[in-house]
Design a protein around this ligand. Structure first.
Ligand code: AHG
Ligand code: MN
Ligand code: MN
Length: 333
C-alpha cells in the first residue's frame, strides 16, 4: 500500500442517493408535504423493477409481441405490458396517486386511493421497436396535483390541466447505464443506477442543455413526407455538416441531445397528420424537462407546454432540444 494515501481515500463516499436527495429538496416542492417525495420514490422503485426485467429479458420469456394492440393500434410488446403492470401496481401500492393514464390503456385507471392528491400520465416503456434488440428504451412520467376534491373519484379534468401545471416530470433511461432524470420545476437532476447497491445515485446535479447544437434526430425514412419548412431546415443542417443521430427511442434521443446539444424532430406526416408522439405522457413531460434545462420544445407554432389538451391520447408534432436549434427552425415556419 502507498504509505502516503490517506486512509479515507481507500473508501471514497458513494454519493447521494435519490431518496436522500428527494427528501433534501422536499422544501422546494410546490406542496412540501412529503407525498410527492413518496410518489417519486414509488416511481423509482418501479423503474428498478423494470430495469431488472429488461436486463434479463433474453433469459426469461418476455421478448417479442404480446399478441394484442394498444389504444393507439400499435402492437404491444410483452415488456410494454409488463412495464405497464409494474407501474400501475407501484402507484396503487404507494397510495399517493388517485388515478393514472398510460399509453397502454384507453381509459383512466383508478387506483382506489381516492385520497391520493396526485395523478400521473405515463409511457411505461418508450421505444418499443428497440425492446428485442438490446437498444436503449425508457419510461416517461408526468405528475399533476389533482384539481378535484380529495376523497372523490378523479376525473378527466385532473389530466386536462395543461403542461404548465405539471408539478414534476421525468424519465428513466434503460441504456448503457440506467438513469433517472426529473424536474419539479427547479432545474433538472440526473441519477445513475448502481446495480450492485440497488440505488440511484446523484450523477448530474444540474443538467443543462447547451444553448445550441449540431445533432439532428429524426426518422430519415420519412424525409420526403415532412413539411417543406422542415425539409429545408434539415437540408441546411446537412450543408453545415451537422450530425444525424436517431435511435428511435424518444427518451434516448432526447437524453443524448440534452447532454451533447441537438434537436429531436417528429413532424406531421401524411400517415400521422398530427405527428406520432403523445402530448400528455411523451411531449409535456419532456418539454417540461427541456425548458427547465434551458432548452426548448415546440410543435412548430407554440411551446409544447402551451398546447391545450383535449383528449387523453392526443398527438402533436414535436421539435425539442437545444434552444438555438428549435428557435431557428421555428423562425422558418
Ligand atoms: P412507443 O414505443 O412508446 O410507442 O414510442 C415510440 C416513439 C418514440 O420513442 C420514437 O422516437 C418514435 O416512436 C419512433 O417512431 P418511428 O419508428 O416512426 O421513427
Ligand atoms: Mn413512447
Ligand atoms: Mn410506450
Amino acid at each position: 500500500m502507498n504509505q502516503t494515501t490517506p486512509p479515507q481515500n481507500l473508501a471514497l463516499p458513494v454519493g447521494v442517493t435519490l431518496d436522500r436527495y428527494i427528501i433534501r429538496k422536499q422544501s422546494a416542492f410546490p406542496f412540501a408535504t412529503g407525498e410527492l417525495s413518496q410518489l417519486l420514490r414509488d416511481i423509482a422503485l418501479a423503474g428498478k423493477i423494470i430495469n431488472r426485467e429488461i436486463n434479463r429479458a433474453g433469459l426469461i420469456d418476455v421478448v417479442g409481441g404480446f399478441g394484442a394492440q394498444n389504444v393507439q393500434g400499435e402492437n404491444q410488446q410483452k415488456l410494454d405490458v409488463i412495464a405497464n403492470i409494474r407501474f400501475i401496481r407501484a402507484l396503487k401500492n404507494g397510495g399517493e396517486v388517485c388515478a393514472l393514464i398510460s399509453e397502454e390503456d384507453e381509459e383512466i385507471i383508478f387506483t382506489g386511493n381516492d385520497h391520493g392528491k396526485y395523478v400521473v400520465a405515463m409511457d411505461p416503456l418508450d421505444g418499443s421497436s428497440n425492446i428485442d434488440v438490446n437498444v436503449s428504451i425508457g419510461t416517461i412520467f408526468s405528475i399533476y396535483r389533482r384539481i378535484t376534491p380529495t376523497g372523490t373519484r378523479a376525473t378527466l379534468d385532473d389530466f386536462m390541466q395543461g403542461g404548465r401545471k405539471q408539478v414534476a416530470a421525468g424519465y428513466i433511461l434503460y441504456g448503457s447505464s440506467t438513469m433517472l432524470v426529473y424536474t419539479t420545476g427547479h432545474g433538472v437532476s440526473g441519477f445513475t443506477y448502481d446495480h450492485s447497491l440497488g440505488e440511484f445515485f446523484l450523477s448530474h446535479a444540474e443538467l443543462t442543455s447547451p444553448d445550441n447544437g449540431t445533432i439532428y434526430s429524426c426518422n430519415d425514412g420519412n424525409f420526403n413526407q415532412y413539411p417543406e419548412t422542415v425539409r429545408d431546415y434539415l437540408a441546411t443542417c446537412r450543408e453545415r455538416g451537422y450530425t444525424g443521430r436517431y435511435i428511435g427511442s424518444l427518451v434516448a434521443d432526447f437524453h443524448r441531445n440534452l447532454i451533447k446539444g441537438g434537436m429531436y424532430l417528429y413532424p406531421p406526416i401524411p400517415k400521422a397528420p398530427s405527428g406520432k408522439l403523445r402530448l400528455l405522457y411523451e411531449c409535456y413531460p419532456l418539454a417540461f424537462i427541456a425548458e427547465q434545462a434551458g432548452g426548448s420544445a415546440c410543435d412548430g407554432y407554440r411551446s409544447i407546454l402551451d398546447i391545450e389538451p383535449t383528449h387523453l391520447h392526443q398527438r402533436t408534432p414535436l421539435y425539442i432540444g437545444a434552444k438555438g436549434m428549435v428557435e431557428e427552425l421555428l423562425s422558418r415556419f
